[in-house]
Write a protein that binds this ligand. Structure first.
Ligand code: ME8
Length: 511
């Protein structure tokens, strides 16, 4: 497996997660977006020598799912099996490289969530009481009186009045500790705008949190009190621990947890950046290293919702535009963290200009020359390199150091712009060197130019690989590059490319 072939001998761990998606409905572009982003970062880290665990899965308990199952006329578990299968299919269709797919109805998760509960109870953070207040089933959230406006939660979801006995978590005790934690770990919440939002929410005061339900039964039983089920958010958040084997806290668990990144949409930042670190600290565990909340997609400027009938099905998109085209568009269209819009015009424009023209034409231009002019072997001696050759290679090799910090900030669109600068430089180099003329005048120089071009295209393929793995592998195949060289450890290592080279194929049809 390529992920093992590339892991450094001193292991650098990296744990990255998507939210686990509710199984009340079919997957749409928003789910595909988060999942592709996490896949890109997971693939980048693996190519960079890390030992990566990439987790995704489905959130299957709670009132919302119970109601959706009832509406479908199915027992909840059968309903979950069916819809969870749709999400699993989507991971395959998007070529996600997830290492695990967790379902909250699995025994391994239920045991883990109950262990977390017991830990919270043992630490004195739980007490029994009665909740009388608003609840939004769509958000699966308890909503304060002051937050309800015109019968709606801040998200616009309807609320209903709930009165039931249950368990509370002493969240109010955690206000100062959370603020101290945010201060000590400024990198914990990103981007900065979300961090500001969370800090001011916590500063405004925290109420204790109801964490069980007794009016519904579709959930994980509260340990020792099976009349109650756990509130679906404590159940759901625990998935990040269950997949690492909690309550066992092996050395590997701790290594992964110390390098953990939760990527979520901005809708669920409060659960991940306020409740989750409080639960974890209360249970004697460290919070995750980072929570990144990305922005929201709209369709032709409108909110995406079932009632507006404008939900975008990722399978339709892939059938219409192609997998790598969709993956590229999702990562390039808007800065990660900001909101953005989908339209057919936008994706078509990107495919035609960035992929067909820039990337596709450049690769085909180079590989056609390599095939026609190289006489089946591409190699150069370091001493043969002219200044222009060195400049292009420097631009190519230097790209890796430039994009590493951009990846750490999850600035995917900046990474892509940097890679595209390399593509523009390759084109300028071709125009200056005019290899088709060298074929008639200077065969020795032609060999060097083709070698530099092959190397630059090889580097381009390496850098686009996390985003468009299928396209990158097509380029490697056309250059006869071995599988074990398709990693960043190959950057800066001088190589030969050996023919005969297959006839280059067009990578992206124009739309
Ligand atoms: O919230 N634009 O699940 P969910 C961008 N089960 N991203 C979007 C989006 C849009 N229009 N719509 C959805 C849940 N998303 C809980 C999570 S985690 C312990 C539990 C993405 O099915 C985005 O990542 O409602 C958002 O946070 C997630 O889907 C919500 O998925």
């Amino acid at each position: 497996m390529d992920r093992d072939a590339n892991t450094d001998s001193v292991k650098k761990y990296f744990y990255v997660t998507t939210p686990i998606y509710y199984v009340n409905d079919v997957p749409h572009i928003g789910h595909a977006y988060t999942s592709v982003a996490v896949d890109v970062i997971a693939r980048f880290k693996r190519m960079d020598g890390c030992c990566v665990k990439f987790l995704t899965g489905t959130d299957e308990h709670g009132q919302k799912i119970a109601r959706a199952a009832g509406k479908a006329g199915m027992p909840p578990k059968d309903f979950c099996d069916c819809v969870s299968g749709n999400f699993r299919d989507l991971t395959k269709a998007l070529h996600l490289s997830n290492d695990d797919f967790i379902r909250t109805t699995e025994p391994r998760h239920m045991a883990s969530a109950q262990a977390l509960w017991r830990q919270l109870e043992a630490s004195g953070n739980l007490y029994q009481g009665t909740y009388a207040g608003w609840y939004s089933t769509r958000d699966e959230a308890f909503v304060g009186n002051d937050e309800v406006k015109d019968g709606l939660a801040p998200s616009g979801a309807p609320v209903e009045w709930v009165e039931e006995a249950g368990y509370f978590f002493r969240l109010s005790d955690w206000q100062d500790k959370l603020l101290a934690f945010y201060d000590a770990h400024p990198e914990f919440i990103a981007p900065q705008s979300r961090r500001n939002e969370v800090v001011s929410f916590v500063k405004s005061g925290l109420r204790d949190l109801s964490i069980s339900r007794c009016s519904i039964s579709w959930g994980i039983s509260v340990p020792g009190d099976p009349k109650h089920v756990m509130y679906v958010w404590i159940d759901a958040l625990a998935n990040y621990l269950s997949a690492l084997g909690y309550p066992e806290t092996s050395e590997e668990f701790l290594e992964f947890w110390a390098q953990s990144l939760h990527v979520v949409g901005k809708d669920i930042i409060r659960f991940h950046a306020v409740y989750w670190p409080a639960f974890l600290m209360a249970a004697g565990l460290a919070p995750p290293k980072k929570v990144f909340a990305h922005g929201w997609w709209t369709n032709d400027g409108q909110k995406i919702s079932k009632s507006l009938g404008n939900v975008i099905d990722p399978h339709d998109l892939m059938n219409k535009y192609g997998l790598d085209q969709v993956r590229y568009f999702l990562m390039r269209n808007m800065p990660f963290g900001e909101d953005g819009n989908f339209s057919d015009g936008l994706i078509t424009g990107r495919i035609n200009s960035d992929l067909a023209n820039d990337l596709g034409n450049t690769v085909q231009r180079v590989l056609t020359m390599v095939g026609k002019l190289s006489r089946d072997k591409i190699a150069y001696a370091q001493d043969d390199l002219a200044q222009e050759d060195r400049t292009l290679l420097k631009m190519g090799y230097g790209c890796l150091n430039d994009i590493r910090p951009m990846f750490d900030e999850l600035s995917f669109e900046k990474v892509l712009k940097r890679i595209w600068n390399l593509i523009y430089d390759i084109n300028k180099y071709i125009d200056h060197q005019a290899p088709w003329l060298l074929d008639k005048t200077d065969i020795e120089r032609l060999k060097v130019v083709l070698a530099v071009l092959a190397e630059a295209v090889f580097l381009t393929a390496l850098y686009i690989r996390p985003f468009m793995p299928g396209t990158a592998d097509k380029i490697f195949d056309m250059l006869n590059v071995d599988n074990d060289l398709r990693f960043f450890k190959s950057v800066g290592v001088k190589r030969n490319f050996n023919g005969p080279f297959p006839k280059p194929i067009a990578l992206f049809p124009r739309m």
